[in-house]
Design a protein around this ligand. Structure first.
Ligand code: C2E
Ligand code: MG
Ligand code: MG
Length: 503
């Protein structure tokens, strides 16, 4: 370009020089011809320059258009979900905020809609099929939410929809149930019919919040609660939910520190052998001595520990502490067997290894430790449980099936497990005056014994129950009639007194 500009300038100078020379030489005749020539040259140069500029502008315009296109694509990608093409999380927050501002404190309902079996679909089929399902559900949602006062988008794996047509909570809930119905129609992908399970959480503006992020958070809390209530359910946000979540978060933090701070304590409930009427071991029951002075019982924190994946730490601590307790009692001259409760979520090879290691380290007789696993947990994966029970037995540790009878399991499966003891649940002896209950418990004991099980009955509270159970040939009992779960020092005192004086 520069070169061309240069040569053009040279050309002009040349022509001007030519004009000047001819003017000097033939002044009278040539003067007008030279001027005309220069003028034409100048015109050509001007036209060429204009033409060049025009080309440049055209090129710049094309580049700008291209950039605009690229910019639009980038903007679209940044604001939309790549699979469903709905607004993505960030944009949805903005849109919901705009929606709320435009409604000026009028009622709006926000629906958080989840495909609860999406992960299963991804795992069972493939992510491609999962994406197809997402697309179809998004399309169905677009059809369901297409009014001027409605906005639809995605928040991570759930769909968010806000609308301002519905006038009451009941109507919003009904709309959500209708959505579930419509969205749950089986989806055909690659000649397969795929069932989708939908759950919905609802929050409402202005009551629950006028801030988009808060409103989404509350619809999401409602969704989590609706998932807890089963498939195809709807939950409408309530403030108690918020308080529950705050409490849970606080409890979770405290629970994670509880072991380090020595706040977990094992209590021991005696087990009585009905043949010898002596204490024959005990069950370790965990309690959390909370720093605020309360004792928290396992049913109030074990499920939380299971949810947050902290149950392994608790379980391992229970193993180590029980083995140390066996050792401490041994040093006082008492050989007392301790049975520990193991949650289904921690009953695995690693856990058993932990037991074996600790028994070796502390050098105790393995038969002084027993493991209790609930019938329901054990039968979730029969083959694996059978392998674990066998490993424990081979190592010399007996396994009991806790809360027996509450899981309605088939006796065939129970027998395959090859555990040693059945701990029949307290609920079966609550009303022994009732003939039907009497027949049920008699049959359970009979069948258990026929299958070579040692029979324990928990929750014995009265002498009458004790007498009946003795007659029915029960091997072992435990319950408040004898003692609640107590601290180790009190337990040793109890053993001494009971073994000497009886009940
Ligand atoms: P479980 O193993 O079936 O324990 C029996 C429960 O019944 C215990 O409640 C015990 O205190 C209570 N109990 C005993 N005798 C009587 C009685 O005569 N009447 C009545 N009404 N109740 C009686 P606890 O200690 O609250 O434990 C509840 C459950 O928590 C246990 O049921 C067990 O499944 C679980 N658990 C306890 N400790 C642990 C632990 O260290 N780890 C795990 N994973 N779970 C534990
Ligand atoms: Mg138990
Ligand atoms: Mg039990």
């Amino acid at each position: 370009m520069k070169d061309k500009g240069c040569s053009l300038n040279m050309l002009i100078l040349m022509f001007m020089a030519m004009g000047h020379t001819s003017y000097g030489a033939t002044e009278a005749t040539n003067m007008p011809v030279s001027y005309a020539l220069v003028f034409i040259m100048m015109l050509i140069i001007l036209l060429v320059t204009i033409f060049k500029m025009h080309l440049k502008i055209k090129k710049l315009k094309a580049i700008k258009l291209e950039l605009d296109d690229q910019n639009n694509i980038l903007q679209y990608m940044a604001s939309h979900d790549p699979i469903t093409h709905l607004y993505n999380r960030g944009t949805m927050v903005e849109h919901i905020q705009k929606h709320l501002l435009m409604q000026e404190h009028k009622i709006s309902y926000l629906y958080d809609i989840a495909i609860t079996n999406l992960r299963l679909i991804n795992d069972t089929y493939s992510h491609d099929i999962g994406n197809e399902v997402l697309k179809v559900v998004a399309k169905r949602l677009r059809e369901a939410f297409d009014g001027p006062l409605e906005t639809l988008g995605m928040d991570q794996m759930t769909f968010l929809a806000i609308e301002s047509h519905t006038r009451s909570k009941e109507d919003a809930i009904t709309r959500a149930y209708r959505l579930i119905e419509g969205l749950s129609e089986p989806i055909e992908v690659d000649y397969m019919e795929i069932d989708v399970l939908i759950s919905v959480g609802i929050s409402m503006a202005p009551d629950h919040s006028l801030d988009a992020k808060q409103l989404i958070k509350k619809a999401n809390m409602a969704l989590v609660e609706s998932l807890n209530r089963g498939y195809k359910s709807v939950y409408y946000y309530e403030d108690t939910l918020y308080i529950d979540v705050i409490k849970r978060i606080t409890l979770e933090k405290q629970l994670r520190r509880a072991i380090k701070l020595n706040e977990m304590v094992l209590y021991y409930q005696p087990k009585i052998n009905l043949k010898t009427m002596k204490v024959d071991g005990c069950e370790a029951l965990i309690r959390w001595h909370h720093p605020d002075g309360h004792v928290i019982y396992p049913n109030d924190f074990i499920p939380l520990a299971e949810d947050i994946g902290f149950i392994d730490d608790i379980g391992k601590w229970v193993v180590t502490e029980s083995i140390c307790q066996v050792k401490r009692w041994q040093s006082l001259g008492h050989n007392i067997r301790i049975s520990i409760n193991v949650s289904g979520k921690e009953f695995d090879d690693e856990f058993i290894e932990h037991i074996q290691q600790n028994i070796k380290i502390h050098n105790i007789d393995p038969s002084l430790l027993e493991v209790e696993i609930t019938e329901t947990a054990a039968l979730k994966d029969l083959n694996h449980s059978r392998h674990l029970v066998q490993t424990l037995h081979d190592f010399g540790i007996r396994v009991s099936l806790d809360d027996f009878g509450t899981g309605y399991s088939s006796m065939t499966y129970i027998k395959q497990l090859k555990a040693s003891k059945l701990k029949i649940d307290k609920s079966f002896i609550d009303d022994l005056d009732n003939m039907e209950q009497r027949i049920v418990i008699e049959s359970m004991i009979l069948l258990g014994k026929k299958l070579d099980y040692y029979i324990n009955i928990e929750g014995v509270e009265s002498k009458k129950q004790l007498m009946i159970l003795k007659k029915l040939g029960v091997d072992e009992v435990q319950g408040w009639l004898f003692s609640k779960a107590i601290l180790p020092e009190a337990f040793i005192e109890y053993v001494k007194v009971f073994d000497e004086n009886g009940l």
